[in-house]
Design a protein around this ligand. Structure first.
Ligand code: NAD
Length: 332
């Protein structure tokens, strides 16, 4: 029997990531090839015409799984009945703007969109925040949507996770699908800590630790980390535009694994509400290694953290605590 359609909201849908993301969702990349979807697309009035253009292209593409499109500049209409919300819309930092001014704009966007989701989304709606500052936007959303369980509010660090897999695959000249269990700890910013301490590669003679195969700790503790941390800036330099297709694809990976589960023995990185695991302060949205099953994520427990890693976990937590304080100061 055909499944009922799932309603997926994409905010900022007229933007670059939105343009890459909505066809992926409509093709079943996010929720599977047998899951019909209804797309809800939200943008702001100045982007209404462009948004309508995206709507027209979705009609023209005749996606069999796409059972309807809502394209609107009204947050209430956009949020009504949605099962999944991918929050890509936000206020970008422009030249000469203070951090506080950008934070203040995003706090007010995420506060009001949280209220619309709180009031109108389907029960148990799952939320993924992509727009930067992603972790802190997600935290504000959680604060102002108190009836949505904290476990349902996440932010995207899967792009960083996939970037780390990609770097290891290039360095070792192995298939990216044979590399697993890297971790992105902390903030989706340049303080994030891409960690390969527990990562492995599938080889003809079994799974081997990445550290052993790379056999160059200076590279793993230096260039590897900075390349992943600064990959976004490298893409902007090359493309003159920020990453869009990889961000959209990673957003699909994030939701697909959350809803459909992670493969046995594999974990992924998700920005989730900290419960104090690994001595990360509770109450931050922090990226952890997680496994997913039956629509629920669980932080992987018991991984050893050496002194080098401890410092990095703490530094990115500190930045998130500062961001949180800044965001709260914008509320008062
Ligand atoms: N977490 C990640 O891994 C990651 C990766 C790449 C980009 N990003 C972030 O994703 C966001 C979007 O990137 P992009 O390249 O698509 O930007 P973009 O500027 O092309 O698109 C953003 C869209 O959001 C819309 N928008 C602005 N305010 C809105 C609001 N209040 N409600 C609804 N829509 C609104 C804009 O009109 C625009 O269409 C940025 O914040 C970017 O920094 C995050």
């Amino acid at each position: 029997m055909a499944k009922d359609p799932v309603r997926v909201l994409v905010t900022g849908a007229a933007g670059q990531i939105g343009y890459a993301l909505v066809p992926m969702i409509a093709r079943g990349v996010m929720l599977g090839p047998d899951q019909p979807v209804i797309l809800h697309m939200l943008d702001i009035p100045p982007a209404a015409e462009a948004l309508n253009g995206v709507r027209m292209e979705l009609v023209d593409a005749a996606f069999p799984l796409l059972k309807g499109v809502v394209a609107t500049t009204d947050a209430v209409e956009a949020c009504t009945g949605v099962n999944i919300a991918v929050m890509v819309g936000g206020f970008p930092r422009k030249e000469g703007m203070e951090r506080k001014d950008v934070m203040s704009k995003n706090v007010s966007i995420y506060k009001s969109q949280a209220s619309a989701l709180e009031a109108y989304a389907a029960p148990n709606c799952k939320v993924l925040v992509v727009a930067n500052p992603a972790n802190t936007n997600a935290l504000i959303l959680k604060e102002f949507a108190p009836s949505i369980p904290a476990k349902n509010i996440t932010c995207l660090t899967r792009l960083d996770h996939n970037r780390a897999l990609g770097q290891i695959s290039e360095r070792l000249n192995v298939q990216v699908s044979d590399v697993k269990n890297v971790i992105i700890w902390g903030n989706h910013s340049s303080t994030q800590y891409p960690d390969v301490s527990h990562a492995t590669v599938k080889t003809p003679s079994g799974e081997k630790p990445v550290r052993q195969l790379v056999s160059d700790d200076d590279w793993l503790k230096g260039e590897f980390i900075t390349t992943v941390q600064q990959r976004g800036a490298a893409i902007i330099k090359a493309r003159k535009l920020s990453s869009a297709l990889s961000a959209a694809s990673s957003a699909c990976d994030h939701i697909r694994d959350w809803v459909l589960g992670t493969p046995e023995g594999t974990w992924v990185s998700m920005g989730v509400y900290s419960d104090g695991s690994y001595n990360v302060p509770a109450g931050l949205i922090y990226s952890f290694p997680v496994t997913c099953n039956a629509g629920e994520w669980t932080i992987v427990q018991g991984l050893s953290i050496d002194e080098f890693s401890r410092k990095k976990l703490d530094a990115t937590a500190e930045e998130l605590s500062e961001e949180k304080a800044l965001a709260y100061s914008c509320l008062s």
